[in-house]
Design a protein around this ligand. Sequence first.
Ligand code: SF4
Ligand code: SF4
Length: 290
Amino acid sequence: MIVSVSGGKGGTGKSTVAVNLAALLSRGRRLVLADLDVEDPNDHILLGVGLEREEPVNVMLPFVDYRRCTKCGVCGKVCDTGAMLISPQGVPFLIPRLCSGCRACYFACPEGAIVEGGRTIAYTYLTDVSLDGAEFELVTGSLREGEEHTPPAVLAAKERALSLDADVHLIDTSAGTGNSVATAVDGSDLLIAVTEPTPLGLHDLGLILRVAEELGIESWVVINRAGLGPEDGHVRLAEERGARVAARIPYSREVVESYVGGSPIVLSRPGSEAARALAGLAAMVEEVMG
Ligand code: SF4
Ligand code: SF4
């Protein structure tokens, strides 16, 4: 089973939900947690572990063979990221950090003047996590500083995670509802949308539920920091979208302390109200898993 934890808006606590679910669902089953928030991966920090077994994520980087180039400008026209610029004199030149490695210029050049090179845009890591009865594997995607194209890094980390044998793959996505999030959640059996009781949280909840709907993924809603504001709109929206409100996690100092301490609250403070809410959520996921 593949379960994604997402949320539209940043800072809603989706990583907190993901690492706590990983700690609970890994008991008695093989679990892989994939941190696909490649611009700012932090699951390893919340779990208090380092990043191990690094692998590079390489993409194609084109080079122009100026001996063959006839300055026709076709490569600049087909490049939709603005990476291949054409000078007023018709000479193509590349801005590497804007290049996604899509190869469109390579295939379009009528002179065969584009030569394939490569570069490393990101790394993936595989870390064994062992915490107080919770044992699972963590795959992390991490974009190199200055790089702008997240989907290849998300895809590489996702493929590495899915290549590992497990009963459940848990995917922690980045914020937003763009390509990176769609790439991360595509193929999931369940999407858990973590929101907060604020107007912006409500707005972004609508967006992520729509993404789930478009991709044909069943979605649940988790209201984090419950009690901070009105939740009627969130509940109504969930009903309209056919999503179940699966948990309400109260805002508390204990959640913040466990966050700072680098230990999931379900392990460090299992008796707290927040830990009990997360345990209830994990039990619901287990029920669906059968
Ligand atoms: S498409 Fe090929 S020939 Fe035309 S400008 Fe680009 S590199 Fe030169
Ligand atoms: S590989 Fe794609 S993104 Fe890179 S320069 Fe060529 S067309 Fe543009």
